[in-house]
Design a protein around this ligand. Structure first.
Ligand code: NAP
Length: 326
């Protein structure tokens, strides 16, 4: 089978495609013939050696996938060869077959396509965890999403609306704001052309913002923190801008607000039952046609470098998939 391999840390054009041996599922694992792997921002970091996880070489990027089970390890119950499944792993999905613990996959309902399912695990999984368990988002609260046309950002717009929030989507251009508006945002702010804090004040007045979903970092984070409501929650998701902000702690005191860390990968390990419930909710929403999860673009495996460049170059609006059969 073919695999995209990272054999040394470097930029996307250092990745190679090679034939490698098919995996054999260990007890408790399933083997999946992957149809689509989904790429995320962290894949641009993991291949460069700039991510918190540094896998041994050679490894494949991509942490989520959709495909069909082709073999079962000993002791696996409730799944069968031929089942269509979606799943996640920390890395390793940019290849034609993968063996993962059975607990890492979920069956895809008939009405959900492989294209939509491939990108459901990480961005949406992170976001439902962030807004439910960490942000305690309630109906009627305001939710500000930074980087709202990105993978996690669009998931936050969609899930925020499904949880009954007033969603204010913020992005760096009018075009990106429009993408977020089409995904359901109530209002938008183009922070490439306008001052974020002033615009948030216009929209939320003296009350301020209840919940901020921040996957961008940099100077935007402090502007958002200065706009918080009393008792608000600033969700620290990631730092796509490349800058980890240093925040004045007195702002948390003055606002009576929380600065809340979100780490989905660790949550999955430490709170498997809560994660299972989150995944079930995502699949239910997807089956009912309530989550778009539509890819921005699908690349053949041979163009993985271009796909990663599109994410790193801030040009992706939504999920980027690899067609591993192509
Ligand atoms: N905590 C967790 O468990 C968890 C889980 C998943 C992802 N993450 C993290 O969340 C962050 C976003 O991930 P994602 O998959 O949503 O990324 P993405 O699809 O690439 O979106 C990131 C957004 O950030 C904005 N941005 C600002 N400066 C940027 C820059 N220099 N390069 C690229 N984008 C920039 C862009 O929007 P504008 O152009 O509109 O500013 C872009 O749409 C990453 O840091 C990722 O590692 C964390």
């Amino acid at each position: 089978m073919k695999a995209v391999l990272c054999k040394a840390f470097g930029p996307p054009d250092t990745l190679v495609i090679e034939d490698v041996a098919s995996p054999v599922p260990a007890p408790g694992e399933v083997m999946v013939d992957i149809r689509y792997a989904a790429l995320n921002f962290f894949d641009t970091l993991i291949i460069a050696g700039k991510y918190q996880v540094r896998p041994p070489f050679p490894f494949s990027p991509a942490g989520e996938f959709a495909g069909r089970i082709s073999a079962l390890g000993e002791g696996v119950a409730g799944l069968a060869v031929g089942d269509r499944v979606l799943g996640s792993c920390s890395h390793g999905a940019a290849r034609q077959q993968i063996a993962v613990p059975a607990s890492a996959v979920s069956k895809i309902p008939d009405m959900v396509t492989d294209e939509a399912a491939a990108g459901l695990s990480i961005a949406y999984g992170t976001t439902i965890h962030a807004l439910r368990q960490r942000g305690r988002l309630s109906p009627g609260e305001s939710l500000v999403v930074l980087g709202a046309s990105g993978g996690t950002g669009l998931a936050a717009v969609e899930i925020g609306k499904l949880m009954g929030a007033r969603v204010i989507a913020c992005a760096s251009s009018d075009e990106k704001c429009e993408v977020a508006r089409k995904a359901g945002a109530d209002e938008t702010i183009n922070y490439g052309a306008n001052d974020l804090r002033e615009e948030l004040k216009k929209l939320t007045g003296s009350t301020g913002v209840d919940v901020v979903y921040d996957a961008v970092g940099g100077p935007m984070t402090e502007a958002a923190l200065r706009s918080m409501a009393w008792g608000g929650r600033l969700l620290v998701i990631g730092f796509a801008s490349g800058e980890i902000p240093k925040l004045p702690a007195n702002l948390a005191l003055l606002k009576g607000c929380d600065i809340v860390g979100v780490w989905w990968g660790e949550f999955v390990k430490r709170e498997p039952e809560n994660n299972r419930q989150n995944v079930a909710q995502l699949i239910e929403w997807a089956s009912a046609g309530k989550l778009a999860s539509q890819p921005h673009r699908i690349y053949p495996m041979s163009r993985t470098a271009e796909a990663l460049d599109e994410i790193a170059g801030r040009r992706a609006t939504g999920k980027i998939l690899l067609d591993v059969a192509g």
